[in-house]
Design a protein around this ligand. Sequence first.
Ligand code: SF4
Length: 514
Amino acid sequence: MGIRTGQEYLDSIKVRNKVEIYVMGKEVKDVTTNPFLKPSVLAFKATFDSAWDEDTKDLARVWSPFINEEVNRFNHIHRSPEDLAAKVKLLRKISHKVGACFQRCVGYDALNTLYIITELMAQHGKTEPKEKFIEYLKTVQKKDLALAGAMTDAKGVRTLKPHEQPNKNAYVRITEVTKDGIYVSGAKANITGVAASEEIVVLPTRAMGPEDQDYAVAFSIPTDTEGIKIIVGRQLNDARRLEGGEIDALPYFYNHEGLVIFDNVFVPMERVFLMRDWQYTSQLVEIFSAYHRQGYGGCKAGLGDVIIGATYNLAKQIGVEKAPHVQDKINEEIFLTETMYAAGIAASLNGIEVCPGCWWVNPMQANVTKHLVTRFPSQITQLAIDIAGGILGTAPSEWDLKNPKIKELLAKYLQGVEGYTAEDRIRMVRLLENVALGVAFQIESVHGAGSPAAQRIMFSRLYNLSYAEEVAKRLAGMKSNVKFTKKVEPWKESETEKLAKEAEKNTVTASGGK
Ligand code: SF4
């Protein structure tokens, strides 16, 4: 059963007995029917539907050599650069169907991260984590489980390391180790889609030193586990979902983020993939963040398409779509959207095989992708606001449109070009408002997968400034040490590539050379 239907997914998350999930102060038992969470569950479900829909199933289904079956791509381990590109394409397509974040990619990226890290650990002589991880991966693929990835810790005082924090649980940590497993406490913040997931894959959020070893922990746990508490965050316009309307909350899909508290949670040993292995945390963070930054080139470009379409339609509704300045602004939206996508595809097709069968994205281009995404969505939105007009912030509600005393008046005064109704106008305005100004396109684009400063740190780590300087000195006729090689880009090796090279050397030495 490598590929489940959307309905099978819904059935599997309906009954929760142990986890506590809170929305606006009230405990939620059934996330599939709760009006606040249902749109988020439906967005998550779209990832399951993608394996059955005619227009996406070729992208969403992929052969797994681990279970010798087709699996849903969201639980797949990338086997090639084309696989990485297929991820970006699938994400763009699903964005067209939901107009929101569909939340399953964090778990997808966490799986691929653990695959590389445990493989590199094995190559350095520590084989157990890999054996445990492969068994877990097979279960996830066979059951087509819905994973959430949990990385960002609560973090407490930002200038202090985990062990220096006044609150010892500001980062998730191991509190006890027994022969059967570990106990963990702490909290992960802003965890995308967690209440709609079946499993949580927990990863450390930062590079750690030996003194932080209790915090260097990676594991998986069923979401419905004793001691896990999820507090779902609020979003712009979220109460509209509770109104029972059919226009003001458009689109009918949303994402959610939650604070996940681990209150002395027991994790069986077979689910623990990193236990005090602080030496691998820096590479783990680098691998995961690059994977997720690459993905943004797909999902945010897909949301860009929705916004371009909505902008164009609103321009047509008022008869300005052929005005040169409107066409120019729409062209600018297209340019910004396609640039994000192009960067995500480049990061994929220039991916790196960091160990046999381990395909990682190109780290420089993945970071560039995400950095574009921290800027371009707000520019796209600005252009959309410009064309849509002030009505984007002043439109009457659907309830006005349905009030018999005023609906004729609204029909008369909100109509522009004949053939479009007042309801058409309000529908498109609401869609644009909620997609362009919502969390997924604005806030997540800036802070998801790491804030802008995190990418700039990576630029300075990965770019070989000295090489570029020597190139310039040579052309300026100054004394230069430049050594030209076949390598084109002035990029340095990432931490992950260094670790992979070291592992390769170990293998060659152990086998007496290839
Ligand atoms: Fe997937 Fe994009 Fe949402 Fe991340 S932000 S989980 S890549 S849809």
